[in-house]
Design a protein around this ligand. Structure first.
Ligand code: IMP
Length: 417
């Protein structure tokens, strides 16, 4: 089976990176990030327990021989992706970036902070505004960056200026200052031409450098992926975020601006539905969410959420924000399985069940409680009767009979059944 899609069936942060990394090392030749951007944070631990976090790069960068693709469905901040490529030392032989990927430019990040960070609880990385500009057919692409640079520069300047003109100066300056600080830029904000100065002295020279840098990474990734498929290579399609955050999902507007679901895979990769061989859904044993919006199973005050969050390490990999926590919601998982045609589920953080105050799941709108199991230290510990009972019930309630278990941070702590 040459193509497997990995989709988070909750609200992101299910542990997709760990599962993808395991499959990359055991099976894959190619790893494809199909949507999202630097809003994602895939945390991966190798066999020695060393920690890596990827944001815009596919998780396949940790295996030296794996070919990685960033498709046109991903929005790209050329400056931060450049840093990530250098950090992981990924050469053009092992990374192809779609020439059609929309850009994230400074005005997208500023607008995200001005308008959406508070309202939606976004990661403030410019994701929504960059996709919005693309959909309204205004945005520029990686191809433009490398081949029509002046056009990108004019656009970046004009858009930032436009936002500044319609925002109170004190508000704009404070958000812009934050953007400068977070991105390692410096400009005298007291100068009357500070936007021009920033562009001419800091941002444009960086774009000059990046336009040259990216030229050799760009390609038509639809065609490239089709050629890998024809060559029968093993391909992993890796989503960011999850089912609950799909822009076309029922939680709109508290969503991200792309489609982690299966429809997104087809639109963003250029593969057709017959070329998807297996859909693997990832489910964490409890539920977490960052950002605003309804959360039916959220832990109530009586649970010491703060201590649990600390013990579970539930802080955003990208923003460091504390995640909201609650019980596993099987009603949502069922919908997510239907939407995505899920074949297999991997339940992650099985080892964390011992830390939870109880083990409850929502089914048909009411909570059921299961017996907790003991510490899982080795694969054999998965044979505990409580785990078997839980997994059997999970299979019945979700209708998915193929369930595997992840029980630790390290790459090999995953038992495929
Ligand atoms: P944006 O993707 O930054 O526009 O944020 C939109 C919503 O998606 C917010 O609620 C974010 O907290 C959430 N979000 C974005 N990326 C992730 C992720 O990787 N994990 C979990 N939530 C995310």
């Amino acid at each position: 089976m040459p193509t497997k899609v990995i989709i988070g069936l909750q609200w992101g942060d299910e542990g997709k990176g760990k599962v993808v990394d395991n499959l990359v090392h055991e099976w894959a030749d190619v790893c494809v990030r199909y949507q999202g951007g630097p809003n994602a944070g895939h945390t991966i631990y190798n066999e020695q327990g060393q920690k890596f976090v990827t944001h815009a790069l596919p998780s396949g960068v940790l295996k030296k021989s794996c070919k990685n693709i960033i498709t046109k469905g991903c929005v790209i901040n050329p400056a931060t992706l450049h840093e990530e490529i250098k950090e992981f030392n990924v050469t053009k032989k092992f990374l192809a970036i779609s020439e059609s990927s929309p850009l994230i430019l400074p005005h997208h990040i500023v607008l995200d902070q001005l308008k959406y960070q508070e309202k939606i609880g976004t990661t403030a990385k410019g994701i929504g505004p960059a996709y919005a500009d693309y959909i309204s057919r205004d945005n520029k692409t990686m191809h433009d960056l490398c081949h029509s640079l002046q056009y990108v520069k004019n656009y970046a300047y004009e858009q930032l200026k436009k936002i500044s003109d319609v925002t109170s100066q004190s508000r704009f300056k404070s958000v812009f200052e934050n953007f400068l600080n977070k991105n390692g830029f410096k400009t005298d904000l007291e100068s009357s031409n500070y936007i021009e100065n920033f562009m001419n002295n800091q941002y444009f020279p960086l774009l000059d450098e990046l336009a040259t840098f990216y030229t050799e990474y760009l390609s038509n990734t639809d065609s490239l992926l089709q050629s890998y498929y024809r060559d029968n290579l093993n391909i992993i399609l890796e989503g960011a975020q999850g089912w609950g955050l799909d822009v076309w999902g029922r939680s709109y507007p508290n969503v991200t601006s792309s489609s982690p679901n299966i429809g997104g895979v087809l639109t963003y990769t250029g593969l057709n539905h017959r070329q998807i061989d297996e859909v693997i859904g990832i489910v964490k044993i409890y539920k977490s969410k960052v950002g605003s919006g309804e959360f039916k199973t959220e832990w109530e005050e009586s649970v010491d959420v703060q201590t649990l969050r600390q013990n579970l390490g539930e802080y955003g990999a990208t923003t460091g924000r504390p995640r909201r926590l609650g019980w596993l919601d099987l009603d949502e998982i069922k919908s997510a399985c239907e939407t995505n045609g899920v074949d297999t589920i991997v339940i992650t953080r099985m080892d964390s069940a011992v830390d939870l105050p109880a083990l409850k799941v929502l089914h048909n709108n009411s909570l059921r409680e299961y017996q907790k199991w003991n510490q899982i230290e080795a694969e054999n510990d998965l044979n505990q009767i409580e785990i078997q009972q839980f997994v059997s019930s999970f299979k019945v309630l979700t209708g998915i009979n193929d369930v595997s278990l992840s029980y630790g941070k390290k790459r090999n702590q995953l038992k495929w059944f």
